[in-house]
Design a protein around this ligand. Structure first.
Ligand code: NAP
Ligand code: COA
Length: 272
């Protein structure tokens, strides 16, 4: 029985790993003994995350880069390879979101989210592949329920994250022969995150979201982190090409209806 969740001597790279869910995932791996590398745009956020992650005992490093800039992403992986070693676990979670109807956003607004979430994930996977420790590496894309539940105010995110999950499946096929697992984790509504603050900005909206989850609570960052650890550990070694909700059952409920209610509430708060 392979039941070890110990990441000592392993290197974990988390794109978008300087706040929210992705930082929670990075902390989970750091707590389990891994060396961490994180990437995001803001140097201040990178510095703060590196300080937090190094406090768990192993080394941590970070690079300020935009996932839309392929060369910058490649440079970040080269730096991580040199300073920390070949990457055992690659998590791609950089993303952007704002609630807006398709008719209320510009072409540039739609493209900004698709470029960060989908093209950025391709950049991270493509450049990251070259520094993965093969065979045995595990790639985890952080998706969202919008990938398979159509939701008002989220046309850009729905389109981008559906693309992310298809990339997961295609690259699981292409990279399986090299011994690389590729999966998507689909968090549900996670408490105390930028994503939820944008989609459900008031206490009453957040309560409504929590009530709409079959398990009757929002998720915690630790809920996502512990599943990522299991997936990347020997316990998850035979899982590849899977798109796995960690959402308390939210995606079963067709939460698009919930988003319709939120859309009305957001609209009302703007007008009155
Ligand atoms: P968050 O704290 O805003 O995390 C986003 C991260 O990505 C930050 O570290 C941000 O740092 C980085 N980032 C954004 N744009 C970037 C770019 N162009 N290049 C490089 N890094 C970039 O948000 P979150 O709510 O925790 O969401 C994290 C992930 O979970 C996302 O993939 C999101 O789609 C997914 N998710 C969230 C929820 C939720 O309930 N919150 C639910 C389902 C899925 P910088 O600002 O420094 O770049
Ligand atoms: N409604 C409609 N359009 C909006 C918008 C909103 N609420 N917020 C931004 N946009 C549009 C902008 O107007 C701009 O379009 P324009 O040039 O035609 O005016 C376009 O989106 C890009 O905005 P900009 O601020 O230049 O992009 P950016 O690359 O600096 O930031 C975002 C990307 C917009 C996604 C920004 O919200 C971001 O950086 N988010 C990261 C954090 C996050 O979203 N966390 C939650 C993850 S789930």
């Amino acid at each position: 029985m392979r039941n070890s969740i110990d990441f000592s001597n392993k290197v974990v790279f988390v794109a978008g790993g300087t706040s929210g869910i992705n930082l929670g995932v990075a902390e989970g791996f750091a707590r389990a003994g891994a060396r961490l590398a994180v990437l995001s745009r803001s140097q201040d956020k990178v510095d703060a995350a590196v300080e937090k992650l190094s406090a768990y005992g192993e080394s941590a490093m970070g690079v300020a880069a935009d996932v839309r800039d392929y060369e910058a992403v490649e440079d970040a992986f080269r730096k991580a390879r040199t300073e920390a070693g070949p990457v055992d676990v690659l998590v791609s979670g950089a993303a952007g979101n704002f609630p807006a109807r398709a008719l209320d956003m510009s072409s540039n607004g739609f493209r900004a989210v698709v470029d960060i979430d989908l093209v950025g994930t391709y950049h991270v996977m493509r450049a990251g592949y070259d520094v993965l420790r093969k065979p045995g590496a595990c790639v985890i894309n952080i998706s969202a329920p919008q990938a398979f539940v159509p939701a008002p105010l989220q046309s850009h995110v729905c389109a981008a994250k559906a693309g992310v999950d298809m990339l997961t499946r295609v690259l699981a096929l292409e990279w399986g022969g090299a011994g690389v697992q590729v999966n998507s984790i689909v968090p549900g509504p996670i408490r105390d995150t930028e994503g939820m603050a944008r989609l459900a900005p008031t206490e009453s909206m957040q309560q409504a979201v929590a009530n709409s989850v079959p398990l009757k609570r929002m998720g915690e960052k630790e809920d996502v982190a512990s599943f990522a650890l299991a997936l990347a550990s020997p316990l998850g070694a035979y899982v590849s090409g899977a798109v796995i909700p960690v959402d308390g059952g939210w995606s079963l409920t067709g939460f698009g209806e919930m988003m319709s209610q939120l859309a009305d509430m957001i609209q009302q708060s703007k007008t009155g």
